[in-house]
Design a protein around this ligand. Structure first.
Ligand code: MRU
Length: 336
């Protein structure tokens, strides 16, 4: 992705390995400050994933893969490193997939850095293909709705949900994107809108509660990301996804999720067993560290919800657009 760093426009991924450290865009500071954070050890990588310096399922996976490289370099026990990294966020399947990929690949004697770089390159290529396959779903002049940030920041480059939008725009199709703000952490307003501005794509930020209104008044397609997709096509994504899917279904608007193979958890039969991360209530009650709710009010903060497959028109993957009933087909997609 093109990003302005140190006063220059540079082509950068959301994170990368450079010498003995991993450099990552601190996503907590966007959109007004573009700052790189350097990570030198596995413990700090685990904390960066936990505190959402890096977030978005495929980017979390790549961060964890590089976390295993740092663990190896610091002489840490690799099983302990795997356990620590896997304890950071429970919902995104990519995290578990990437750590297991690294453990298996390193056990075969492959160089850790080469394996992690290969993992990152593969994710980027898969996201590019998601863009290529999904672009055809976006008609000339389409109004597209998305939620959270499933863009380059969330995947290293291109994005999942944003990849087809980017590809359609780059092909010259006029389009307009409704970006739902995504309370309580504002990934839509802060991150997706940032990517739209950088790419020059026409868009408007809408309150999460306005989704139904704009679906009814004229949205042609909804495309969101996914954190984990079960074997029956149910999927977890950022809280608020489920209600958009139900409304889209009711209003006859096609509803797609987009994800690479690393997000599919074929061992999970349905979405009912997907672990849902609960984050701090203060993310709901406070803005910039200032309490805005009454003192004494409790708050609940589930970070993800599960959308049943019956609301899903299709899943955009690196092997093409599949129906929820065709999830088994991704078994044919490989990481290398
Ligand atoms: O809590 P986050 O910001 O990590 O949640 C991100 C999402 O829900 C994304 O939609 C999902 O990870 C897909 S990212 C390509």
């Amino acid at each position: 992705m093109k990003i302005r760093l140190d006063g220059k426009v540079q082509d950068r991924r959301a994170l990368w390995l450079e010498g003995d450290k991993v450099r990552m865009i601190d996503q907590r500071l966007l959109p007004h400050q573009v700052v790189l954070l350097d990570i030198y050890n596995c413990e700090d990588m685990a904390e960066a994933i936990r505190n959402m310096t890096v977030r978005g399922a495929p980017a979390i996976g790549a961060a964890a893969a590089y976390g295993m490289v740092l663990a190896k370099n610091q002489g840490m026990d690799l099983q302990d490193a795997a356990k620590l990294l896997k304890s950071t966020r429970p919902t995104a399947h990519d995290l578990f997939f990437a750590v297991d990929f690294m453990i298996e690949t390193m056990a075969k004697g492959e160089d850790a850095k080469e394996a992690a770089d290969r993992y990152a390159d593969t994710i980027v290529e898969k996201c590019r293909l998601i863009g290529e396959h999904g672009e055809g779903l976006i008609a000339n002049g389409a109004r597209v709705m998305t939620h959270c940030n499933a863009g380059a920041l969330a995947t290293l480059d291109h994005g999942t949900a944003l990849a087809p939008i980017r590809a359609a725009w780059r092909k010259g199709k006029p389009l307009f994107v409704y970006v739902s703000e995504t309370r309580p952490r504002w990934q839509g307003m802060k991150l997706t809108a940032f990517e739209m501005v950088e790419e020059g794509i026409p868009h408007a930020i809408i309150p999460d509660g306005a989704s139904g209104h704009f679906l009814r008044l004229g949205t042609d397609i909804v495309i969101v990301g996914a954190d984990r997709i079960a074997a029956n096509g149910d999927f977890a994504n950022k809280i608020g996804t489920f209600e958009k899917a139900v409304l889209a279904h009711e209003l006859g608007v096609p509803f797609y999720t987009a994800a690479p193979i690393s997000t599919f958890d074929l061992k999970m039969e349905s979405g009912k067993d997907i672990p849902i991360e609960n984050r701090s209530p203060t993310e709901v009650t406070e803005v910039d560290g200032r309490l805005i709710a009454p003192k004494g009010s409790a708050a609940l903060n589930p970070s993800f919800d599960v959308t049943p497959h019956k609301y899903v028109t299709g899943i955009i993957t690196e092997i093409g657009v599949i129906k929820p009933s065709e999830v088994h087909k991704v078994k044919g997609a490989r990481m290398t």
